[in-house]
Design a protein around this ligand. Structure first.
Ligand code: NI
Length: 177
């Protein structure tokens, strides 16, 4: 009986609209746009501050000095209001240009450990790569696009078909606002 009563309450239009008024995202009609990209890169999981034995214990075969590669799948999510004039959240051509310049040209067909400065002093685990990509994009997307006001909400980086990592910036660490 209790469950039935709750079910009825949840469908009560007056309660639902009350919740929507209290939710800032709903009130501003925030929409999330996710765009998918791909890049290939190699890495070796090895921390110079640790002994060889410790590296082998922690990273296993990923510590191989010859490295190994991944076909990364990157998903970039921006959030923003629907622009009244265009009906869009963000200009996809602009987003593609930013991701190509800041991420794909930087990492595609590279050795993450040795090419560039991003992982000279950090182990290029996919967790760290995901966070770095967020940092690179957050700066460029902070001002929105040429037509739209969306900002970066999330980066999702798929390392294999079995595992992926997501980062939402420092906002994500404090939970929903
Ligand atoms: Ni790997």
């Amino acid at each position: 009986m209790l469950l039935a009563a709750l079910g009825t309450d949840c469908r009560d239009p007056s309660l639902r609209s009350g919740w929507q008024r209290a939710n800032p995202y709903t009130a501003e009609k925030m929409v999330y746009l996710t765009r998918r990209y791909r890049f290939c890169a190699s890495h070796r999981l090895h921390n110079e501050a640790l002994t060889d034995e410790a590296n082998l214990r922690i990273y296993g075969k990923c510590d191989s000095p010859f490295g190994h590669g991944h076909n990364y799948v990157l998903e970039v999510t921006v959030q923003g209001p629907i622009d009244q004039e265009t009906g869009m959240v963000f200009d996809l051509v602009a987003l593609d240009g930013i991701v190509a310049k800041e991420v794909l040209e930087r990492f595609d067909y590279t050795n993450l450990n040795l090419d560039g400065e991003d992982f000279r002093s950090r182990v290029p685990t996919t967790e760290n790569v995901c966070e770095r990509i967020f940092q690179l994009l957050e700066v460029k997307l902070a001002q929105g696009g040429p037509l739209h006001a969306a900002g970066l909400a999330r980066v999702r980086l798929e390392e294999t078909s079995s595992n992926f990592f997501e980062y939402e910036g420092e906002r994500g660490a404090s939970g929903p606002m």
